[in-house]
Design a protein around this ligand. Structure first.
Ligand code: NAI
Length: 663
């Protein structure tokens, strides 16, 4: 590992706190040092308060901030005298510690100080850096880890046996350092947890961290020369999975968790190699890389066997037994669903309510796997014991953090669901993707127009360039959707064209065929390819975008109206056939939605002139005199896929401002 220190950048920092921000970010940008909120840093400084008094202050990373992106506002200013007094107590509950630390802050609007603030205060140097470096923790997670750390660092590094983070850890460090000469120490290793470095100079503290971690990396390179295949996401290998089994897995995990989750596979070479290694599978059942990972990943992954649903059930029972082994009467069992899976032959799968949650789990798993393989070579993967893992998973402070992010009332209606929308680059389809995203779903956005890849920036969108009339491309797009998100719950069958107006006697055979191919046949094929996955979906629903032309056709629109009428009949039959699987199929009949590419200035002017109306009057030429927008059509579409329409199937709903011929 190399130092990223840059003298010019450091010199541009106005004060000690800004320098602290700078070197914290250097640590944060290296994922093998800290992952997703892991690790923390501090700087000690003097602040003048409103009375003009100089107050010795610890600026320590605030809870909820990430070192990679931290700003000055992410550091909580806490009075050193209060922290050092707290450090002298023999007993303090972690809730009382959090409360006392908050009361000792100089800024009531600052975030909660890290639970390791007291420990930072005890270290008599200005800059303190703490990471959960993979390499150091890997060495500590071996049967003779303490001896190995001693061999690696000698007397320059103090070793603290595992103690749960919080006040107990601060007290253990206080006791262990009573007679220590800090000047002789370069750092401190907390077994199964991480490493601290410190100095009065920001660069020295940071570069000592790099030095200690590099030494651990070199140690692993010589003592654990094992085949750790490097891994990059490989889309092709993802799609090779047995997709129907993946959808079954996602459904089973969602059922156990009680809410829809995504199931995103990782079929890269490293994950495949890990999943095929019996010793790795044995190791991963013993616990996590650092105890805090248990909050995100549970103590162990799911091992997927032949009967996918049965293995999820077994996991749930195993988790209940683990809870019962360690819980006292005050605790309530968390959900019993796995957060990631090891699947021989397929690699690994991560589960989560959102892409963000899935990627965090996947990252943690990707860092844990090589660590486990290396520790296996050094005598066997030996993380903290199960009781210690449980203590962290059910630690009141960690539970509080999770609670903040997932308050029941705030969860969007389609959170964790997977939708597929065709014709997604423009008009009604694009608006449907936007509304689905707002309501928590992930969306496969299909369009023949390659611009679909640029329209959406969210990681919850999988943009797929696909001509839905191309059978093979359509099948591949459905497979890519399931291969990416793990299943399918909502289908918005929307892509369509409005052919040039022609009377029947003047019909162009090609126009007729094209309209039938896109406006009718492609929808049947899409339904066919999606049906097996929708059957395994959660509250699965199909919404077909038809047209007002079905109940109220117009002259010159035979190719369009006939195809859309056939499409509506297809939807009605689908509602009959798919009800048994719990899949609802409903149809929408929009009319005159002008903010779409079907309409342009010339067509609008021609149609308005045809009715002898101004363009404005033509746009609101309906019973309610309203202009129907693609956003309104999309909101109705997405509502029809949701719980409001739980008891409705086979329905046809106009969204046209009211039309005498339709009513
Ligand atoms: P739009 O033209 O803005 O969007 C249609 C999208 O479908 C475009 O992005 C286009 O690239 C895509 N598309 C066309 N052929 C495709 C193919 N072979 N494969 C994949 N994608 C393809 O039009 P709008 O209005 O949003 O149309 C959506 C649906 O709404 C259509 O089925 C249309 O018939 C229907 N509709 C529209 C009305 C309106 O007034 N805009 C009224 C009644 C129904």
């Amino acid at each position: 590992m190399n130092s990223l220190w840059n003298d010019a950048e450091a010199a541009a920092c106005a004060d000690a706190l800004n320098l602290r921000v700078y070197s914290s970010r250097l640590l944060g940008c290296e994922s093998s040092l800290v992952l997703h909120g892991g690790g923390n840093t501090s700087v000690k400084s003097t602040v003048t308060d409103v009375f003009g008094d100089a107050v010795e202050t610890l600026f320590v990373k605030g809870s909820g901030w990430d070192l990679a992106t931290i700003e000055a506002a992410g550091f909580a200013p806490v009075r050193m005298d209060a922290l050092l007094r707290l450090a002298q107590l023999d007993v303090l509950s972690d809730s009382d510690m959090v409360c006392a630390q908050r009361m000792a802050m100089l800024d009531p609007a600052a975030p909660n100080p890290s639970v390791e603030a007291i420990l930072h205060a005890l270290i008599p140097f200005r800059f303190v850096d703490h990471t959960h470096a993979d390499a150091v923790v890997t060495v500590t997670n071996t049967p003779d880890g303490e001896a190995r750390i001693a061999e690696l660092y000698g007397e320059e590094v103090l070793v603290i046996p595992y103690v749960m983070p919080g006040f107990d850890l601060a007290r253990a460090v206080r006791e262990a350092t009573r007679d220590v000469d800090w000047q002789k120490l370069k750092g401190m290793v907390l077994m199964h947890h991480g490493v601290f470095t410190f100095a009065d100079d920001a660069r020295e503290s940071y570069e000592t961290m790099i030095e200690l971690v590099s030494a651990a990396e070199n140690y692993l390179a010589t003592h654990a020369r094992t085949v750790v295949v490097s891994g990059k996401q490989d889309d092709a290998s993802r799609i090779d999975m047995k997709l129907i089994e993946l959808a079954r897995l996602r459904r089973a995990v969602s059922d156990v968790r009680g809410v829809p989750v995504l199931a995103m596979p990782d079929g890269c070479a490293e994950a495949l190699h890990f999943a095929a290694d019996a010793s790795a599978i044995n190791a991963v059942g013993r616990g996590t890389l650092t105890p805090d990972h248990v909050i995100r990943t549970k103590p162990w992954p799911l091992f997927v066997g032949e009967d996918v649903a049965a293995t999820v059930d077994e996991f749930s029972k195993k988790y209940c037994a683990y809870f019962n082994r360690h819980a006292d009467a005050s605790l309530t069992c968390l959900d019993t669903a796995p957060r990631w899976a090891v699947w021989p032959g397929n690699g690994c799968v991560s589960f989560g309510r959102s892409v963000k949650e899935v990627l965090i789990v996947a990252d943690i798993a990707a860092h844990a796997r090589p660590a486990m393989l290396r520790a296996e070579v050094m005598g066997g993967w030996s993380p903290v014991c199960e009781a210690d893992l449980f203590a962290v998973e059910y630690w009141e402070l960690e539970q509080a953090k999770l609670g903040q992010s997932g308050k029941a009332g705030n969860v969007p209606v389609h959170q964790g669901k997977v939708a597929l929308v065709t014709g997604a680059a423009s008009g009604i389809g694009k608006a449907c993707v936007d509304v689905l995203l707002e309501q928590g779903a992930c969306v496969a956005a299909l369009d023949i127009n390659p611009e679909v890849a640029e329209v959406f920036t969210s990681s919850a969108v999988l943009a797929l360039v696909c001509d839905v009339t191309d059978d093979a491309a359509l099948q591949a797009a459905v497979a890519a959707t399931v291969g990416h998100f793990g299943g399918l719950d909502i289908l918005v069958s929307n892509a369509g064209i409005f052919p040039a107006s022609r009377r029947i006697e003047d019909m162009d055979a090609d126009d007729w065929q094209k309209s039938l191919a896109l406006n009718l046949t492609s929808h049947q094929q899409l339904l066919q390819y999606c049906a097996p996955y929708l059957t395994l979906g959660i509250d699965a629903a199909v919404v077909i975008v038809a047209s007002k032309n079905v109940p109220a056709p117009g002259p010159g629109a035979a190719a369009y109206s006939v195809a859309k009428a056939g499409l509506t009949q297809l939807g009605r039959v689908a509602a009959l056939e798919m009800a048994e699987q719990g899949i609802r199929v409903n149809m929408l009949h929009p009319n005159a939605v002008f903010d779409t590419a079907i309409w342009n200035e010339a067509i609008l002017a021609a149609r308005a002139a045809h009715y002898n109306l101004s363009i404005e009057a033509y746009k609101t030429n309906n019973l309610l005199s309203v202009e129907v927008t693609s956003r309104q059509v999309a909101e109705l579409t997405v509502a029809m896929a949701g719980p409001l329409f739980a008891c409705t199937t086979g329905a046809q709903l106009p969204v046209d401002g009211g039309n005498e011929r339709v009513i």
